[in-house]
Design a binder for this molecule. Structure first.
Ligand code: ADP
Length: 501
Protein backbone atom coordinates (compact mmCIF):
# COMPACT_ATOMS: atom_id res chain seq x y z
CA UNK A 1 0.00 0.00 0.00
CA UNK A 2 1.51 3.35 -0.93
CA UNK A 3 1.08 6.26 1.46
CA UNK A 4 1.82 9.92 0.73
CA UNK A 5 4.62 10.22 3.32
CA UNK A 6 6.43 7.19 1.92
CA UNK A 7 6.93 8.97 -1.35
CA UNK A 8 7.72 12.40 0.17
CA UNK A 9 11.29 13.63 0.10
CA UNK A 10 10.83 17.38 0.49
CA UNK A 11 10.27 18.62 4.00
CA UNK A 12 8.61 21.86 5.02
CA UNK A 13 11.03 23.45 7.46
CA UNK A 14 10.50 26.41 9.75
CA UNK A 15 13.59 28.26 10.87
CA UNK A 16 13.32 30.57 13.89
CA UNK A 17 16.39 32.60 14.72
CA UNK A 18 16.88 36.27 15.56
CA UNK A 19 20.25 36.30 13.86
CA UNK A 20 19.79 37.18 10.19
CA UNK A 21 23.04 35.53 9.10
CA UNK A 22 21.99 32.22 10.64
CA UNK A 23 18.53 32.46 9.02
CA UNK A 24 19.99 33.14 5.60
CA UNK A 25 22.68 30.50 6.05
CA UNK A 26 20.06 27.90 6.98
CA UNK A 27 17.91 28.95 4.01
CA UNK A 28 20.79 28.50 1.60
CA UNK A 29 21.85 25.10 2.91
CA UNK A 30 18.31 23.69 3.23
CA UNK A 31 17.11 25.03 -0.13
CA UNK A 32 20.11 23.37 -1.71
CA UNK A 33 18.80 20.10 -0.19
CA UNK A 34 15.50 20.69 -1.96
CA UNK A 35 13.40 21.53 1.10
CA UNK A 36 10.80 24.31 1.47
CA UNK A 37 11.93 26.90 3.97
CA UNK A 38 10.04 29.52 5.99
CA UNK A 39 12.09 32.00 8.01
CA UNK A 40 10.96 33.70 11.23
CA UNK A 41 12.78 36.09 13.51
CA UNK A 42 11.33 35.40 16.95
CA UNK A 43 9.37 32.90 19.00
CA UNK A 44 5.97 34.58 18.55
CA UNK A 45 6.27 34.69 14.79
CA UNK A 46 7.46 31.10 14.75
CA UNK A 47 4.53 29.86 16.84
CA UNK A 48 1.98 31.76 14.69
CA UNK A 49 3.44 30.38 11.44
CA UNK A 50 3.52 26.93 12.91
CA UNK A 51 -0.13 27.15 13.93
CA UNK A 52 -1.12 28.44 10.48
CA UNK A 53 0.72 26.03 8.28
CA UNK A 54 2.25 23.14 10.14
CA UNK A 55 5.80 21.99 9.44
CA UNK A 56 7.77 18.79 9.28
CA UNK A 57 10.85 20.24 10.95
CA UNK A 58 11.45 23.25 13.14
CA UNK A 59 14.96 24.59 13.60
CA UNK A 60 14.88 26.70 16.74
CA UNK A 61 17.39 29.09 18.15
CA UNK A 62 17.66 28.62 21.87
CA UNK A 63 18.01 32.29 22.75
CA UNK A 64 15.36 34.48 21.18
CA UNK A 65 13.64 37.61 22.48
CA UNK A 66 10.29 37.18 24.27
CA UNK A 67 9.83 33.42 23.84
CA UNK A 68 12.97 31.37 23.84
CA UNK A 69 13.47 28.02 22.13
CA UNK A 70 13.00 25.89 25.27
CA UNK A 71 9.59 27.43 25.99
CA UNK A 72 8.56 26.89 22.42
CA UNK A 73 9.33 23.15 22.29
CA UNK A 74 6.33 21.90 24.36
CA UNK A 75 3.98 24.34 22.53
CA UNK A 76 5.04 22.99 19.15
CA UNK A 77 4.81 19.38 20.28
CA UNK A 78 1.38 19.99 21.68
CA UNK A 79 0.21 21.10 18.24
CA UNK A 80 1.91 18.25 16.40
CA UNK A 81 3.45 15.49 18.53
CA UNK A 82 5.41 14.14 15.57
CA UNK A 83 7.06 17.40 14.57
CA UNK A 84 10.85 17.13 14.65
CA UNK A 85 12.59 19.97 16.50
CA UNK A 86 16.28 20.78 16.10
CA UNK A 87 17.83 23.26 18.50
CA UNK A 88 20.58 25.69 17.61
CA UNK A 89 22.56 26.21 20.76
CA UNK A 90 24.77 29.29 20.77
CA UNK A 91 26.66 28.43 23.94
CA UNK A 92 27.56 24.93 23.07
CA UNK A 93 26.15 24.18 26.44
CA UNK A 94 25.70 20.53 26.97
CA UNK A 95 23.14 20.93 29.79
CA UNK A 96 20.85 23.14 27.72
CA UNK A 97 21.00 20.65 24.89
CA UNK A 98 20.08 17.81 27.28
CA UNK A 99 17.24 19.93 28.63
CA UNK A 100 15.98 20.54 25.11
CA UNK A 101 16.15 16.83 24.32
CA UNK A 102 14.24 16.11 27.54
CA UNK A 103 11.55 18.55 26.45
CA UNK A 104 11.16 16.62 23.24
CA UNK A 105 13.68 18.12 20.81
CA UNK A 106 15.16 15.58 18.42
CA UNK A 107 18.70 16.90 18.07
CA UNK A 108 20.81 20.01 18.36
CA UNK A 109 23.50 21.84 16.33
CA UNK A 110 25.94 23.95 18.29
CA UNK A 111 26.86 27.32 16.89
CA UNK A 112 28.91 27.88 14.88
CA UNK A 113 28.13 25.01 12.48
CA UNK A 114 29.19 24.18 8.97
CA UNK A 115 26.68 23.61 6.18
CA UNK A 116 27.57 19.90 6.23
CA UNK A 117 26.93 19.61 9.98
CA UNK A 118 23.52 21.13 9.47
CA UNK A 119 22.85 18.92 6.47
CA UNK A 120 23.61 15.72 8.42
CA UNK A 121 21.30 16.64 11.29
CA UNK A 122 18.49 17.78 8.94
CA UNK A 123 18.79 14.66 6.80
CA UNK A 124 18.42 12.41 9.87
CA UNK A 125 15.57 14.52 11.22
CA UNK A 126 13.74 14.45 7.87
CA UNK A 127 14.04 10.67 7.71
CA UNK A 128 12.74 10.41 11.25
CA UNK A 129 9.79 12.69 10.45
CA UNK A 130 8.75 10.78 7.34
CA UNK A 131 9.18 7.45 9.05
CA UNK A 132 6.98 8.57 11.94
CA UNK A 133 4.35 9.93 9.57
CA UNK A 134 4.43 6.73 7.60
CA UNK A 135 3.98 4.63 10.73
CA UNK A 136 1.11 6.81 11.88
CA UNK A 137 -0.62 6.43 8.53
CA UNK A 138 -0.15 2.68 8.55
CA UNK A 139 -1.54 2.48 12.07
CA UNK A 140 -4.55 4.62 11.14
CA UNK A 141 -5.13 2.50 8.06
CA UNK A 142 -4.94 -0.70 10.08
CA UNK A 143 -7.36 0.69 12.64
CA UNK A 144 -9.72 1.76 9.85
CA UNK A 145 -9.56 -1.71 8.29
CA UNK A 146 -10.11 -3.40 11.61
CA UNK A 147 -13.03 -1.12 12.38
CA UNK A 148 -14.49 -1.76 8.93
CA UNK A 149 -13.99 -5.48 9.32
CA UNK A 150 -15.63 -5.52 12.72
CA UNK A 151 -18.48 -3.43 11.35
CA UNK A 152 -18.87 -5.68 8.32
CA UNK A 153 -18.78 -8.78 10.50
CA UNK A 154 -21.45 -7.44 12.84
CA UNK A 155 -23.51 -6.35 9.87
CA UNK A 156 -23.17 -9.73 8.16
CA UNK A 157 -24.01 -11.51 11.39
CA UNK A 158 -27.09 -9.31 11.87
CA UNK A 159 -28.22 -10.05 8.31
CA UNK A 160 -27.68 -13.80 8.70
CA UNK A 161 -29.45 -13.82 12.06
CA UNK A 162 -32.45 -11.97 10.72
CA UNK A 163 -32.88 -14.35 7.79
CA UNK A 164 -36.01 -16.48 7.74
CA UNK A 165 -34.07 -19.25 6.05
CA UNK A 166 -31.96 -21.53 8.16
CA UNK A 167 -28.26 -20.87 7.57
CA UNK A 168 -25.41 -23.17 8.64
CA UNK A 169 -21.72 -22.93 7.89
CA UNK A 170 -19.60 -26.05 8.12
CA UNK A 171 -15.85 -26.39 7.79
CA UNK A 172 -14.02 -28.87 5.57
CA UNK A 173 -14.08 -31.42 8.39
CA UNK A 174 -17.89 -31.19 8.24
CA UNK A 175 -18.12 -29.56 11.65
CA UNK A 176 -20.69 -26.88 12.38
CA UNK A 177 -19.01 -23.49 12.56
CA UNK A 178 -21.93 -21.10 12.58
CA UNK A 179 -25.74 -21.19 12.48
CA UNK A 180 -28.51 -18.61 12.69
CA UNK A 181 -31.59 -18.75 14.97
CA UNK A 182 -33.75 -20.06 12.10
CA UNK A 183 -31.48 -23.11 11.90
CA UNK A 184 -32.26 -24.06 15.49
CA UNK A 185 -35.23 -26.19 14.54
CA UNK A 186 -32.98 -28.32 12.30
CA UNK A 187 -30.47 -28.88 15.10
CA UNK A 188 -30.64 -30.93 18.26
CA UNK A 189 -31.13 -29.03 21.49
CA UNK A 190 -29.35 -31.46 23.78
CA UNK A 191 -25.72 -30.38 23.91
CA UNK A 192 -23.08 -28.26 22.22
CA UNK A 193 -23.47 -27.42 18.54
CA UNK A 194 -20.52 -25.34 17.37
CA UNK A 195 -17.46 -27.42 16.55
CA UNK A 196 -19.45 -30.66 16.50
CA UNK A 197 -19.74 -32.90 13.42
CA UNK A 198 -22.85 -31.93 11.48
CA UNK A 199 -24.05 -35.55 11.45
CA UNK A 200 -24.21 -35.47 15.24
CA UNK A 201 -26.01 -32.15 15.67
CA UNK A 202 -28.70 -32.23 13.00
CA UNK A 203 -31.82 -34.32 13.06
CA UNK A 204 -32.10 -34.17 9.27
CA UNK A 205 -30.99 -37.74 8.78
CA UNK A 206 -30.28 -37.42 5.08
CA UNK A 207 -28.20 -34.23 5.46
CA UNK A 208 -24.75 -35.86 5.88
CA UNK A 209 -25.23 -37.99 2.77
CA UNK A 210 -26.64 -35.06 0.76
CA UNK A 211 -23.63 -33.00 1.87
CA UNK A 212 -21.18 -35.68 0.88
CA UNK A 213 -22.71 -35.93 -2.59
CA UNK A 214 -22.88 -32.15 -2.91
CA UNK A 215 -19.29 -31.59 -1.82
CA UNK A 216 -18.07 -34.13 -4.35
CA UNK A 217 -19.61 -31.96 -7.07
CA UNK A 218 -18.53 -28.54 -5.73
CA UNK A 219 -15.40 -26.86 -7.06
CA UNK A 220 -14.18 -25.58 -10.42
CA UNK A 221 -17.13 -24.15 -12.32
CA UNK A 222 -19.66 -25.56 -9.84
CA UNK A 223 -19.94 -22.89 -7.16
CA UNK A 224 -23.32 -23.92 -5.77
CA UNK A 225 -25.66 -26.88 -5.68
CA UNK A 226 -29.37 -27.18 -4.80
CA UNK A 227 -31.00 -30.29 -3.42
CA UNK A 228 -34.38 -31.05 -1.93
CA UNK A 229 -34.15 -32.52 1.53
CA UNK A 230 -36.91 -34.06 3.65
CA UNK A 231 -37.53 -33.79 7.37
CA UNK A 232 -39.92 -36.72 7.75
CA UNK A 233 -40.28 -36.23 11.52
CA UNK A 234 -41.67 -32.74 11.07
CA UNK A 235 -43.25 -33.42 7.69
CA UNK A 236 -41.24 -30.68 6.02
CA UNK A 237 -39.38 -30.32 2.75
CA UNK A 238 -36.44 -27.93 2.36
CA UNK A 239 -34.59 -26.68 -0.64
CA UNK A 240 -30.95 -26.83 0.39
CA UNK A 241 -28.53 -24.49 -1.37
CA UNK A 242 -24.89 -25.37 -0.80
CA UNK A 243 -22.10 -22.99 -1.75
CA UNK A 244 -18.39 -23.55 -1.31
CA UNK A 245 -16.20 -21.00 0.49
CA UNK A 246 -12.68 -21.10 -0.96
CA UNK A 247 -9.41 -19.75 0.28
CA UNK A 248 -8.35 -18.14 -2.95
CA UNK A 249 -9.58 -19.85 -6.08
CA UNK A 250 -12.32 -22.41 -6.35
CA UNK A 251 -10.07 -25.44 -6.55
CA UNK A 252 -11.42 -28.36 -4.53
CA UNK A 253 -8.39 -28.60 -2.26
CA UNK A 254 -8.79 -24.90 -1.50
CA UNK A 255 -12.24 -25.38 0.06
CA UNK A 256 -12.50 -23.78 3.50
CA UNK A 257 -16.05 -24.73 4.20
CA UNK A 258 -19.60 -24.80 2.94
CA UNK A 259 -22.51 -22.45 3.47
CA UNK A 260 -25.87 -24.19 3.68
CA UNK A 261 -29.12 -22.28 3.25
CA UNK A 262 -32.37 -24.16 3.87
CA UNK A 263 -35.59 -22.71 2.43
CA UNK A 264 -38.80 -24.27 3.68
CA UNK A 265 -40.70 -25.28 0.55
CA UNK A 266 -43.27 -27.43 2.37
CA UNK A 267 -46.30 -25.26 1.42
CA UNK A 268 -45.21 -25.28 -2.23
CA UNK A 269 -44.65 -29.04 -2.16
CA UNK A 270 -48.03 -29.66 -0.50
CA UNK A 271 -49.70 -27.49 -3.11
CA UNK A 272 -47.88 -29.34 -5.85
CA UNK A 273 -48.96 -32.69 -4.40
CA UNK A 274 -52.55 -31.51 -3.91
CA UNK A 275 -52.61 -30.18 -7.45
CA UNK A 276 -51.37 -33.37 -9.03
CA UNK A 277 -53.73 -35.44 -6.81
CA UNK A 278 -56.59 -33.19 -7.88
CA UNK A 279 -55.68 -33.46 -11.56
CA UNK A 280 -55.43 -37.24 -11.38
CA UNK A 281 -58.72 -37.45 -9.47
CA UNK A 282 -60.44 -35.20 -11.99
CA UNK A 283 -59.21 -37.22 -14.94
CA UNK A 284 -60.24 -40.42 -13.17
CA UNK A 285 -63.73 -39.08 -12.41
CA UNK A 286 -64.21 -37.77 -15.93
CA UNK A 287 -63.09 -41.04 -17.43
CA UNK A 288 -65.94 -43.21 -16.05
CA UNK A 289 -68.92 -41.29 -17.53
CA UNK A 290 -67.02 -40.68 -20.77
CA UNK A 291 -66.26 -44.38 -21.12
CA UNK A 292 -69.93 -45.22 -20.41
CA UNK A 293 -71.16 -42.76 -23.07
CA UNK A 294 -68.65 -44.13 -25.53
CA UNK A 295 -69.73 -47.72 -24.72
CA UNK A 296 -73.44 -46.99 -25.27
CA UNK A 297 -72.77 -45.14 -28.52
CA UNK A 298 -70.63 -48.05 -29.76
CA UNK A 299 -73.46 -50.48 -28.96
CA UNK A 300 -75.95 -48.33 -30.85
CA UNK A 301 -73.63 -48.06 -33.84
CA UNK A 302 -72.89 -51.78 -33.85
CA UNK A 303 -76.55 -52.81 -33.73
CA UNK A 304 -78.41 -50.27 -35.81
CA UNK A 305 -81.47 -52.57 -36.09
CA UNK A 306 -82.13 -52.55 -32.34
CA UNK A 307 -85.74 -52.10 -31.33
CA UNK A 308 -86.69 -48.44 -30.84
CA UNK A 309 -87.36 -48.95 -27.05
CA UNK A 310 -83.91 -50.45 -26.50
CA UNK A 311 -82.37 -47.83 -28.68
CA UNK A 312 -84.07 -45.14 -26.64
CA UNK A 313 -83.04 -46.72 -23.32
CA UNK A 314 -79.39 -46.61 -24.39
CA UNK A 315 -79.67 -43.02 -25.51
CA UNK A 316 -81.25 -42.13 -22.18
CA UNK A 317 -78.33 -43.68 -20.32
CA UNK A 318 -76.01 -41.67 -22.51
CA UNK A 319 -77.95 -38.56 -21.59
CA UNK A 320 -77.75 -39.45 -17.87
CA UNK A 321 -74.01 -39.84 -18.05
CA UNK A 322 -73.66 -36.64 -20.06
CA UNK A 323 -75.71 -34.94 -17.33
CA UNK A 324 -73.34 -36.34 -14.69
CA UNK A 325 -70.36 -35.09 -16.65
CA UNK A 326 -71.92 -31.68 -16.86
CA UNK A 327 -72.54 -31.61 -13.11
CA UNK A 328 -69.00 -32.69 -12.45
CA UNK A 329 -67.63 -29.97 -14.67
CA UNK A 330 -69.92 -27.35 -13.15
CA UNK A 331 -68.89 -28.35 -9.64
CA UNK A 332 -65.22 -28.39 -10.59
CA UNK A 333 -65.58 -24.90 -11.99
CA UNK A 334 -67.32 -23.83 -8.78
CA UNK A 335 -64.57 -25.29 -6.67
CA UNK A 336 -61.70 -23.74 -8.61
CA UNK A 337 -63.66 -20.46 -8.81
CA UNK A 338 -63.87 -20.35 -5.00
CA UNK A 339 -60.21 -21.39 -4.61
CA UNK A 340 -59.05 -18.66 -6.93
CA UNK A 341 -61.39 -16.09 -5.39
CA UNK A 342 -62.97 -15.49 -8.76
CA UNK A 343 -66.59 -15.40 -7.62
CA UNK A 344 -68.55 -12.21 -7.43
CA UNK A 345 -70.14 -12.06 -4.03
CA UNK A 346 -73.08 -9.91 -2.97
CA UNK A 347 -72.94 -9.64 0.76
CA UNK A 348 -76.22 -8.69 2.40
CA UNK A 349 -77.96 -8.97 5.74
CA UNK A 350 -80.87 -11.34 5.48
CA UNK A 351 -82.96 -13.96 7.24
CA UNK A 352 -82.04 -17.39 5.87
CA UNK A 353 -85.38 -18.96 6.89
CA UNK A 354 -87.28 -18.16 3.65
CA UNK A 355 -84.43 -19.61 1.57
CA UNK A 356 -84.40 -22.81 3.65
CA UNK A 357 -88.22 -23.14 3.49
CA UNK A 358 -88.18 -22.72 -0.26
CA UNK A 359 -85.47 -25.36 -0.61
CA UNK A 360 -87.45 -27.81 1.55
CA UNK A 361 -90.43 -27.15 -0.71
CA UNK A 362 -88.28 -27.85 -3.74
CA UNK A 363 -86.97 -31.19 -2.45
CA UNK A 364 -90.29 -32.48 -1.08
CA UNK A 365 -91.73 -33.98 -4.34
CA UNK A 366 -88.52 -35.95 -5.07
CA UNK A 367 -88.27 -37.06 -1.42
CA UNK A 368 -91.90 -38.13 -1.28
CA UNK A 369 -91.30 -40.54 -4.16
CA UNK A 370 -89.35 -42.60 -1.54
CA UNK A 371 -91.72 -41.76 1.29
CA UNK A 372 -89.30 -39.27 2.85
CA UNK A 373 -90.69 -36.22 4.63
CA UNK A 374 -88.82 -32.94 4.66
CA UNK A 375 -89.80 -30.52 7.44
CA UNK A 376 -88.86 -27.11 8.73
CA UNK A 377 -90.65 -25.26 11.54
CA UNK A 378 -92.53 -22.04 10.87
CA UNK A 379 -90.57 -18.86 11.22
CA UNK A 380 -91.00 -17.60 14.81
CA UNK A 381 -88.18 -15.11 15.11
CA UNK A 382 -86.33 -13.02 12.60
CA UNK A 383 -82.59 -13.60 12.49
CA UNK A 384 -80.15 -11.74 10.30
CA UNK A 385 -76.99 -13.23 8.99
CA UNK A 386 -74.44 -11.65 6.68
CA UNK A 387 -73.72 -13.52 3.48
CA UNK A 388 -74.43 -14.03 -0.17
CA UNK A 389 -77.92 -15.41 -0.88
CA UNK A 390 -76.69 -17.57 -3.76
CA UNK A 391 -74.00 -19.10 -1.56
CA UNK A 392 -76.53 -19.83 1.20
CA UNK A 393 -78.75 -21.42 -1.44
CA UNK A 394 -75.92 -23.55 -2.80
CA UNK A 395 -74.81 -24.65 0.70
CA UNK A 396 -78.24 -25.81 1.84
CA UNK A 397 -79.13 -27.30 -1.53
CA UNK A 398 -76.22 -29.66 -0.99
CA UNK A 399 -77.12 -30.51 2.61
CA UNK A 400 -80.78 -31.14 1.71
CA UNK A 401 -79.95 -33.02 -1.48
CA UNK A 402 -77.61 -35.33 0.48
CA UNK A 403 -80.09 -35.74 3.35
CA UNK A 404 -82.66 -36.98 0.82
CA UNK A 405 -80.21 -38.93 -1.39
CA UNK A 406 -78.53 -40.83 1.43
CA UNK A 407 -81.82 -41.41 3.29
CA UNK A 408 -83.77 -44.65 3.60
CA UNK A 409 -87.26 -45.44 2.37
CA UNK A 410 -89.81 -43.54 4.50
CA UNK A 411 -87.10 -41.64 6.31
CA UNK A 412 -87.24 -38.05 7.52
CA UNK A 413 -85.29 -34.86 6.94
CA UNK A 414 -85.61 -32.25 9.66
CA UNK A 415 -84.27 -28.70 9.30
CA UNK A 416 -84.04 -26.48 12.38
CA UNK A 417 -82.97 -22.91 13.03
CA UNK A 418 -82.22 -21.59 16.48
CA UNK A 419 -80.14 -18.97 18.09
CA UNK A 420 -77.27 -19.87 20.38
CA UNK A 421 -75.70 -16.68 21.76
CA UNK A 422 -74.17 -14.73 18.89
CA UNK A 423 -74.52 -17.66 16.55
CA UNK A 424 -77.35 -18.89 14.39
CA UNK A 425 -77.42 -22.68 14.62
CA UNK A 426 -78.90 -24.35 11.55
CA UNK A 427 -79.22 -28.14 11.61
CA UNK A 428 -80.11 -30.61 8.86
CA UNK A 429 -80.84 -34.01 10.34
CA UNK A 430 -81.69 -37.18 8.45
CA UNK A 431 -82.52 -40.78 9.28
CA UNK A 432 -80.37 -42.15 6.47
CA UNK A 433 -77.37 -44.38 5.92
CA UNK A 434 -75.02 -42.43 8.18
CA UNK A 435 -71.26 -42.19 7.78
CA UNK A 436 -68.88 -44.83 9.18
CA UNK A 437 -66.71 -43.43 11.97
CA UNK A 438 -63.42 -44.29 10.22
CA UNK A 439 -64.44 -42.37 7.08
CA UNK A 440 -65.63 -39.26 8.86
CA UNK A 441 -62.25 -37.50 8.62
CA UNK A 442 -62.33 -37.69 4.82
CA UNK A 443 -65.77 -36.09 4.46
CA UNK A 444 -65.35 -32.80 2.60
CA UNK A 445 -62.20 -33.84 0.73
CA UNK A 446 -62.52 -33.46 -3.01
CA UNK A 447 -64.07 -36.54 -4.65
CA UNK A 448 -64.40 -38.42 -1.40
CA UNK A 449 -67.50 -40.61 -1.29
CA UNK A 450 -68.36 -43.20 1.34
CA UNK A 451 -67.97 -46.62 -0.23
CA UNK A 452 -70.61 -49.08 0.91
CA UNK A 453 -72.89 -51.32 -1.17
CA UNK A 454 -75.76 -48.87 -0.58
CA UNK A 455 -73.86 -45.71 -1.59
CA UNK A 456 -72.52 -47.42 -4.73
CA UNK A 457 -76.04 -47.14 -6.20
CA UNK A 458 -76.33 -43.43 -5.43
CA UNK A 459 -74.85 -41.07 -7.99
CA UNK A 460 -72.66 -38.17 -6.94
CA UNK A 461 -69.34 -36.51 -7.57
CA UNK A 462 -67.92 -36.18 -4.08
CA UNK A 463 -67.42 -32.47 -4.74
CA UNK A 464 -70.62 -31.07 -3.18
CA UNK A 465 -69.37 -31.07 0.41
CA UNK A 466 -65.90 -29.86 -0.64
CA UNK A 467 -67.56 -26.81 -2.23
CA UNK A 468 -69.93 -26.37 0.73
CA UNK A 469 -67.05 -26.43 3.22
CA UNK A 470 -65.18 -23.73 1.33
CA UNK A 471 -68.31 -21.57 1.03
CA UNK A 472 -68.90 -21.91 4.77
CA UNK A 473 -65.31 -20.86 5.43
CA UNK A 474 -65.80 -17.79 3.24
CA UNK A 475 -68.75 -16.86 5.45
CA UNK A 476 -66.91 -17.61 8.71
CA UNK A 477 -69.48 -20.32 9.42
CA UNK A 478 -68.50 -23.62 11.05
CA UNK A 479 -69.64 -27.10 10.21
CA UNK A 480 -69.95 -30.06 12.60
CA UNK A 481 -71.03 -33.49 11.52
CA UNK A 482 -72.19 -36.28 13.76
CA UNK A 483 -73.45 -39.52 12.39
CA UNK A 484 -74.44 -43.05 13.40
CA UNK A 485 -74.12 -45.58 10.62
CA UNK A 486 -77.50 -47.10 9.80
CA UNK A 487 -79.38 -44.47 11.83
CA UNK A 488 -78.69 -41.09 10.30
CA UNK A 489 -76.59 -37.94 10.28
CA UNK A 490 -76.74 -34.50 11.81
CA UNK A 491 -75.09 -31.56 10.03
CA UNK A 492 -74.80 -28.49 12.30
CA UNK A 493 -73.88 -25.15 10.75
CA UNK A 494 -72.90 -22.32 13.09
CA UNK A 495 -73.31 -19.01 11.31
CA UNK A 496 -72.34 -15.80 13.12
CA UNK A 497 -75.35 -13.52 13.61
CA UNK A 498 -75.02 -10.16 11.93
CA UNK A 499 -76.72 -8.33 14.80
CA UNK A 500 -75.62 -10.09 17.95
CA UNK A 501 -77.01 -9.12 21.32
P1 ADP B 1 -71.85 -36.53 -3.51
O1 ADP B 1 -73.15 -36.64 -2.93
O2 ADP B 1 -71.79 -35.83 -4.81
O3 ADP B 1 -71.07 -37.80 -3.47
P2 ADP B 1 -70.86 -34.78 -1.38
O4 ADP B 1 -69.57 -34.10 -1.46
O5 ADP B 1 -72.04 -33.93 -1.18
O6 ADP B 1 -70.89 -35.62 -2.68
O7 ADP B 1 -70.73 -35.80 -0.19
C1 ADP B 1 -69.58 -36.56 -0.03
C2 ADP B 1 -69.91 -37.90 0.58
O8 ADP B 1 -70.33 -37.73 1.92
C3 ADP B 1 -71.07 -38.59 -0.09
O9 ADP B 1 -70.64 -39.31 -1.20
C4 ADP B 1 -71.57 -39.46 1.02
O10 ADP B 1 -70.84 -40.65 1.05
C5 ADP B 1 -71.29 -38.68 2.28
N1 ADP B 1 -72.49 -37.94 2.74
C6 ADP B 1 -72.77 -36.66 2.55
N2 ADP B 1 -73.96 -36.33 3.14
C7 ADP B 1 -74.40 -37.45 3.70
C8 ADP B 1 -75.57 -37.76 4.46
N3 ADP B 1 -76.49 -36.85 4.75
N4 ADP B 1 -75.70 -39.04 4.90
C9 ADP B 1 -74.76 -39.97 4.64
N5 ADP B 1 -73.66 -39.74 3.92
C10 ADP B 1 -73.48 -38.50 3.45
Amino acid sequence: MSTPSQSRKIARILVADDEKSIRLGCEKVLTSMGHEITLTEDGHQALRKFEETGFDLVILDLMMPEIDGLTLIPKLLEKDPSVVVIMITGYASFETAVKAIHLGAYDYVPKPFTPDELKIVVKRATEKRFLTLNNLELKAERERTLANLAFEQTQTRAIIDSMGEAVMVINRKQELVLHNPAARHLLRDDGPLTGQPISRVTHLESLPKTLEEGLAKLGGNVQGISREIEDPGRKKTFLLNMAGVYHDDSAKEDLLGTVLVFSDITPMKNLERAKSRFVSMVSHELKAPMAAIEGYLELILREPETKPELFRAKLERCKDRAGMLQRLIRELLDLTGIEMGKMTRNLELFDPHPILSELCELFRPEALKRGITVSIPENKDQYKIKGDRNEVNQIFTNFLSNAVKYNKQNGTVQVNIERSGDILKITVEDTGLGIPENQMKFIGEEFFRVKTPETAKISGTGLGLAITKRLLELNHARLEISSTPGQGSLFTIRWPLATPG
